[in-house]
Each structure stands twice: as C-alpha cells, then as structure tokens.
Design a protein around this ligand. Structure first.
Ligand code: GLC
Length: 453
C-alpha cells in the first residue's frame, strides 16, 4: 500500500530508466526521497562574509573585487547576536521540514571548520564553527539537514580565472597565472571538503551543489569538477542523501531533483518529457540570497503563501530563503512573513504535507489552485479570490462524499439538484456546485477540503 501511495505522489513521473551512475531501482529512489516529497517546504539560509557588504552574495564578482579586497570581511565577521535555536524554532513554526545551509558559497569562504583551508569561520573574530551550531540546533528541533556547497570557488589559487563570472576575469596578472593553476589540486580540494561536511556533521539529508555552466564560453561543468567521482563519494558517505541537479550529471542520472530558481514553472517540471521531482528556491525579496540592506522589493505574505500552494499544486517543493545579517539576525520582514505562514499553516498544513498535483481529471475552478493527498483521497481547493455564494467544480459531480472549510471544519453543502434557470449547471462537464458563505473566512487563503468517495 505504502509503495502504491508513494507511486501516486510521484505521480506518473518516471525517474529516468536506470541511471548509469546510480544503480538504484525506481522504487528504491522513490523510497529514499519519500520524506522529502512529503515535506514540501524547507528553509534556505544564505549566510557568509557577503552579509557584511550587504549588497548581494555575488558582490565580489559584481564589483570585480580582488581576493585581498574581499578577504577583509573575514577580519570583521563577528555575529554577536547569532542564535541558531531561534532560527530553527522560526522555521519549524512556519512549517518548514528541512533546512539548506551554505557551507561555502562562491566566494570560497567556509562557514565551518575545514582543515583544508585557513579561509574559514573559525579564523574570524567569532571563532566558532557556525555550521556545527546550526546543524545541532535545527536537528534538535526535528528539522532535516541540508548543506549547500559551491563548486565555484573564487578564492582558491587553483581555480581558473579565465571564466565568464570570475571576479578577477579582467585582471591580467591573475589571468597570466592560469597556466600554472593545477586542476587536479582543485578537484582534490572539492572532494576533501565535501568529504569533511559529509563526515563530521552527522546525517546529512540533502546536498545542494552549486553550479555548473559548461554551455558558457570558458564555463565549468562536470569535467572541471570531476563530478562523477564526487557523486560516487557523496553517495558512499551518505547513501540516503538527496542530491540536486547542479553537478552537471543530468544525462548520467547523477541527480535526484531539478532546481528552478526564482521562477515558478508553468506546470510539473519534466526532463525528457517525464515528470521529475523538483524544488523551486525563492527569495522573500529581490534577487539577492544573501542579506541585502537596501533591497525593499519584498513579496507580500499572501504571495509567499500562494507560492507554496502553487508549487505543491504542480508536484514540487518550495525552498524559501533567508539571508541573515552580519550580526546573526533574520530580518524582521522575513520573520513577519514566516509568522504569517505559520498562521496559515496552523490551519491548512494538511493541504500541503503529503500532497501533490491533483489527478488530471479534476480541473481547477476559476481563481483556485488544487492540491491532492493520494493517501487520504482528499482534494484541496485553495480559493485565491473568494467568489459569491457558490463555487463550481468541473468534473466532480458524484465524486465527493463530504465537503468542509478547512480552517474551521464547517460543513459546506453540495448542490446536487440542478437549478432550472441556471445554464451553467446544465453544462456537460460533470460539475459540482458547492454553497459557500458570503463572507470570506478570516484566513489569508481559504481552503475547501473535499473528501472523495
Ligand atoms: C545561484 C547563485 C547563488 C545562489 C543560488 C541559489 O546559483 O549563484 O548565488 O546561491 O543560485 O540557488
């Protein structure tokens, strides 16, 4: 039974017939990913030296800074207000089931105690392994642990500077050194660091590698990272781990889920025509993942909640980002939105957890989004614009045993008799009309729960 349910959740998606690099069967892979597929909602945390300049985590590249110029931020990193337990409680309250934390970003600075570099958090005035503290705190709240690891490294001496996004790509002196940079050494460094983060921090549930760009002139991809070898090592150290798709191993099957970024796919994400597991990562505001002091383009609480619903209605997960400040605080605007998400999730989380896209035979009513729990056979109608007195559900006549408003569990009457003078109920789309109260329930997005026969 469990396997069947799992299959439905994954829907008709085929997880590409046996990947060459991954010997699992489709069912094994589905089972490994089951918790993640059901969880649906996670917290991304971008935190690093870039919190100090506070103007995008790509500031080093955007402003073409030399290593030396950027390194100074390490001398001032001292988040005196850092309290990862508070962050974890906030995430948990909002309903997030996993966290993905930046162990190292493109700037090459490690937020953990790495023995392969001195460019690390333990050598800052703060002096402690922030990642260790964070992992312990989130785990204590029952939140699954994911780590983000940048393959790109603008600090490593063996990383080629002749590269379309490297901060020093126009620096002649640095470019001249490219011929003596040792790729093997860099590859070893990546492997060593990945080995560290997957060995010294207990069970790691997700690895988010970032990113490959082989299609660009002088870009980097699997041959540069030595991805196949990394993939094998990752799965060897943490066999249960779930890996994103940025190692550039799509063809080889060295990935578990796709990662559309700051963008809402039109429908369930596919690869070679097949539906695949996917997760969209989104910011609360603007385009910066790291703390950006001057950015004011915040999404509203309603937009944030709709984003979560819409993602699940298309069979995906949402990874929502916070960029804490240099002092270790999650901004009030983000906290407000997380609190609002908590208010909504408190009454509606069963239309999210364990849910997926509705079976295709059920068409969504106007201004609504549908999610479906295949285990309980309940269909959730998320009403984005509350209509007047009735809601019409195409294809659902005779299929619904009971209906209620989810936030208060109050019954909604099903109209089975056709109104003589209503043309619409005479239509042939097998629709069902439900009577709803005139006043919109006092929640951000009301949900109607339908118990299917
Ligand atoms: C990108 C960006 C990066 C951000 C990430 C989140 O690849 O380079 O700054 O961390 O996406 O998905």
């Amino acid at each position: 039974m469990k396997k069947i349910i799992c299959l439905v959740i994954f829907c008709s998606m085929t997880l590409n017939t046996l990947a060459q690099i991954n010997s699992e069967t489709k069912t094994e892979k589905m089972e490994r990913m089951e918790w993640w597929t059901k969880a649906r909602f996670g917290m991304f945390i971008h935190w690093g030296l870039y919190a100090l300049p506070a103007r995008h985590e790509w500031v080093m590249s955007n402003e073409k800074m030399s290593k030396k110029t950027y390194e100074k931020y390490a001398d001032y990193f001292d988040p005196d207000l850092y309290n990862p337990t508070q962050w974890a409680k906030l995430a948990k309250k909002a309903g997030m089931k996993y966290v993905v934390f930046t162990a190292k970003h493109h700037d090459g600075f490690t937020m953990y105690d790495s023995k392969y570099t001195n460019y690390k958090v333990t050598n800052t005035p703060y002096g402690k392994d922030v990642m260790k503290e964070l992992v312990d705190a989130f785990r204590a709240e029952g939140i699954r642990i994911g780590l983000y690891y940048s393959l790109i490294d603008w600090h490593h001496p063996d990383f080629l500077v002749k590269d379309p996004i490297h901060p020093e790509k126009n620096n002649k002196k640095e470019l001249a050194k490219d011929s003596s940079r040792d790729l093997k050494k860099f590859q070893k460094y990546l492997k060593n660091q990945l080995t560290e983060i997957l060995t010294n921090y207990g069970q790691i549930d997700i690895l988010f590698t970032d990113f490959s760009y082989p299609q660009k002139e002088n870009g980097k991809g699997k041959s540069y990272w030595n991805s196949e070898d990394l993939y094998k090592q990752i799965r060897k150290l943490q066999p249960q781990i779930i890996i994103n798709d940025r190692l550039d191993l799509r063809e080889e099957g060295g990935w578990d889920f796709m990662t559309p970024e700051q963008f809402m796919p039109k429908q369930w994400v596919t690869y070679k025509g097949e539906k695949v597991p996917w997760e969209t990562c989104q910011t609360f505001s603007g385009y910066s993942w790291g703390y950006h002091r001057d950015d004011r383009s915040w999404k509203s609480t309603e937009q944030t909640i709709v984003m979560l619903i819409e993602t699940v209605s298309k069979g995906g997960n949402l990874l929502l980002n916070v960029g804490p400040t240099a002092r270790g605080i999650i901004q009030a605007d983000a906290v407000d939105r997380l609190e609002a998400t908590h208010q909504w999730m408190k009454y509606h989380n069963r239309s999210i957890y364990g849910c997926t896209a509705a079976p295709e035979e059920f068409k969504k009513p106007d201004n609504c989004l549908l999610t479906y729990n295949p285990e309980t056979k309940r269909l959730y109608v998320h009403v984005l614009e509350w209509p007047f007195k009735t809601i019409y559900l195409p294809g659902l006549a005779d299929k619904v045993a009971y209906a209620q408003i989810l936030n208060d569990g109050s019954e909604l009457k099903l109209k089975t008799k056709k109104g003589a003078w209503l043309d619409d109920v005479k239509s042939n789309d097998n629709g069902l009309t439900i009577t709803i109260p005139v006043t919109k329930p006092d929640v951000e997005i009301p949900v109607i729960e339908l118990f299917l026969k």
